[in-house]
Structure formats: structure tokens, C-alpha cells
Ligand binder design. Structure first.
Ligand SMILES: NC(=O)c1ccc[n+]([C@@H]2O[C@H](COP(=O)([O-])OP(=O)(O)OC[C@H]3O[C@@H](n4cnc5c(N)ncnc54)[C@H](OP(=O)(O)O)[C@@H]3O)[C@@H](O)[C@H]2O)c1
Ligand SMILES: [Zn+2]
Length: 341
């Protein structure tokens, strides 16, 4: 193993391009993964757009990575060569700063974001940090596990930390990579689920995932429709549009919360009076616990629906995701044939 194929972004605004690089060597406190597969998250668009602190080019995107440990640094404990592991958005932290001491690893100033401040999983090999790496249980295939590492973790974390309890109405805005898992988690958590999407084509898909209600935001006012269903305890915003998400806020019920997981760059525009009655709130959510997400997904039988593409078709898969045409998560698989012995 001396070289590897990667799909990388050479500079801000550039497309994904196939390239060959020397395979990386793990440092003392690092793991070398032979990547099996990597999900394509909408968050990977940040690498093209260039808006992320610490982002440098060329950069290999990808933060839903499942791989086999190929080599270990001498300071790594708790892992062995040959084990199957996963890495998500959070790529590692120092463990010593004030943020780490209170468990806010994502705020660690010396921390890493996989595929943004360090190279990610659109590659045959990748360096990972042990504190950000999780064992993948044998019940999950690698392709099923990958989307759980960001899309799953984020939506399970947001919903399980929310105020919603059995029977409450929860609205899921956007039926993409995050949205289709959010629907399944919400159903398995015993919630009444309304999917807010665009067009009639997604009605069947939403219902097949277990949703109880479908609201076509192109054909009706989604806030009014949620209000008529009794008002939502939680609105989970996954669609990348602040403008569209704003249209749902009138559908919050008493004590309801809008949980923003979308990274949309355009503003939420909300008449303030909509938040007054019943102590409504808005908050953001990033991340979640990997092990809890994997365990819940296995026990509740939450399974990502994926479209698999070989590494070299990453640009096509990425475009399909950006145009909301993937059902529902694109996952890249590596074939290691071209790697030198
Ligand atoms: N907070 C976190 O920790 C975290 C983690 C991962 C991702 N994210 C962010 O979450 C968002 C969703 O990620 P994803 O991977 O699920 O994306 P995705 O797979 O592209 O799905 C987004 C869905 O939103 C809907 N949508 C797309 N464009 C829209 C528009 N202009 N107006 C209204 N709806 C639109 C589409 O569903 P319909 O056709 O059904 O409307 C689309 O399938 C992104 O902004 C991403 O950066 C945040
Ligand atoms: Zn992501």
C-alpha cells in the first residue's frame, strides 16, 4: 500500500476530482483506516463553498466513514488491526481544554472536523483519531452503518433530546438523508409524525417510512396544516432553506420547539408574535452520541435507505444529492484494486 485513489476538492469552488495520493501514515495517536464506504452528507457542500474555519485545500470530503483498521499508532489503546470502525463529523479533540472538560468536544479549539479540517472518507485510506472512532456492531453492514454516523446521529440526538413524548405531533421538514432517518426514529420513539416535503411524489415514500401525515408545502401552507393537526410539539428542520423552514413556525403547538439541524445559510424570517403563546422556542442541534445511535438503530430496526456509487462517481452522486433526487442517502464504496501492494 503506497498510493491511494481519492476524490478531492483542489480549491474553493472546484468540483470533485479523482486523484492519486501517497497513502497516509498514522501518527502515534492515530489510526489508519482502509475505507470501506462513506456517505455523502449535504454538509460536504461546505468543502466546495469554502466557509469553514480551518478548511485548507486540497481537501478530501466525507464524514460518514466506515473502514477496517489497517495500522495503529503506538499510543492508541482499545482498538486492534482488522476491527471495523466508524467516524462521523467530529474528528477528534484534545481532551484537556475547558470545552473538553465539560464534554463539549465539538467546541474544542484544537479539535478536528472530519472531511473539513482533516481529510475525510472519499478515499481508499483515511487517518482517524481514536477518541472520535466507534466500533461498528456486526448487525450492521458497512453501507447501512455509514449514514448513521452523521445523518442518524444528528436526527436521533435532536429527537431524543427534545420535549416530544409518546403520541406528540412531530414535523420533519425535508425528506432527504437526515429527514428519512428522522421519520423512522420519530415513529420508533412513539411520536405522531408529519412529513413536510415538496410535491406529491414524496407522499408515498413518507408513508412507506411510517409517517402518519404528509404535507405538500408546494400545495398548501405548512404552518396552517400543522396547526390544523393540533400543533407540533417539535418541528425538526432538515431542509436546507431558512425561508422554507420559516413557513412551518406557525404550526408550533403550546410549548413547541423548532429544532434547527439544517445548515442553511439564508435567514429564518419569523413574525415574533408567532412565538408568544405557550412558551415556544427555537434552538439548534449538532451531533449526538454515536454508540447510542447505533444501538437504538439496531434494536428499533431503523435502516438507512441508500444508493451506492463507486468512489470515482462521487461527483455524480454529490450532484444527485444536491438536487434532492437521491433515495435517500448516497454512499460511496471503495474498490481497492488499483492500490499498489
Ligand atoms: N446539525 C447537524 O449536526 C447536521 C448534520 C448533518 C447535516 N446537517 C445539515 O442538514 C441539512 C440536510 O442535510 P441532508 O444530508 O439531509 O441533505 P439532503 O440529503 O440533501 O436532504 C435535504 C432535503 O431537503 C429538501 N430540500 C432541498 N432543497 C430544498 C429547498 N430549497 N427548499 C426546501 N426543501 C429543500 C429536500 O427534501 P424534499 O424534496 O422532501 O423537500 C432534500 O431531500 C443540510 O443543511 C446539512 O448541512 C446538519
Ligand atoms: Zn453530515
Amino acid at each position: 500500500m503506497s498510493t491511494m485513489r481519492v476524490m478531492e476538492i483542489k480549491e474553493r469552488g472546484a468540483p470533485l476530482a479523482l486523484s492519486t495520493r501517497p497513502a497516509p501514515q498514522p501518527g502515534d495517536r492515530e489510526l489508519l483506516l482502509k475505507v470501506e464506504c462513506c456517505g455523502i452528507c449535504h454538509g460536504d457542500a461546505l468543502v466546495m463553498e469554502g466557509h469553514f474555519p480551518g478548511l485548507r485545500y486540497p481537501r478530501i470530503p466525507g464524514h460518514e466513514v466506515v473502514g477496517i483498521i489497517e495500522r495503529l499508532g503506538s499510543g492508541v489503546h482499545g482498538f486492534q488491526v482488522g476491527q471495523r470502525v466508524g467516524v462521523g463529523w467530529h474528528g477528534g479533540h484534545c481532551g484537556e481544554c475547558d470545552a473538553c472538560r465539560v464534554g463539549e468536544f465539538g467546541s474544542c479549539e484544537r479539535g478536528h472536523t472530519t472531511g473539513l479540517t482533516m481529510d475525510g472518507g472519499y478515499a481508499e485510506y483515511m487517518i482517524a483519531r481514536p477518541e472520535a472512532t466507534v466500533h461498528i456492531p456486526e448487525e450492521l453492514s458497512s453501507v447501512e452503518a455509514a449514514p448513521l454516523l452523521c445523518a442518524g446521529r444528528t436526527t436521533f440526538g435532536a429527537l431524543s433530546s427534545s420535549k416530544a413524548r409518546g403520541g406528540d405531533l412531530v414535523a420533519i421538514h425535508g425528506l432527504g438523508g437526515l429527514g428519512h432517518l428522522a421519520v423512522q426514529y420519530a415513529v420508533k420513539l412513539g411520536l405522531r409524525v408529519a412529513v413536510v416535503s415538496r410535491g406529491e411524489a414524496k407522499r408515498q415514500q413518507a408513508m412507506a417510512l411510517g409517517a402518519h401525515h404528509y404535507i405538500d408545502a408546494k400545495a398548501e401552507d405548512p404552518g396552517k396544516a400543522l396547526h390544523e393537526l393540533g400543533g407540533a410539539r417539535v418541528i425538526l428542520g432538515t431542509a436546507p432553506s431558512g425561508k422554507e423552514l420559516s413557513r412551518l413556525v406557525g404550526g408550533l403547538g403550546r410549548g413547541g420547539e423548532l429544532i434547527v439541524v439544517t445548515g442553511a445559510g439564508d435567514p429564518l424570517v419569523i413574525p415574533p408574535f408567532l412565538l408568544l403563546g405557550g412558551g415556544k422556542s427555537i434552538r439548534g442541534w449538532v451531533g449526538g452520541t454515536l454508540k447510542e445511535t447505533l444501538d437504538f438503530s439496531i434494536h428499533a430496526k431503523v435502516v438507512p435507505m441508500v444508493e451506492v456509487f463507486p468512489l470515482e462517481r462521487a461527483a455524480e452522486a454529490f450532484e444527485k444529492m444536491m438536487s434532492a433526487a437521491v433515495r435517500f442517502r448516497a454512499v460511496l464504496t471503495m474498490n481497492h484494486k488499483e492500490v499498489c501492494p
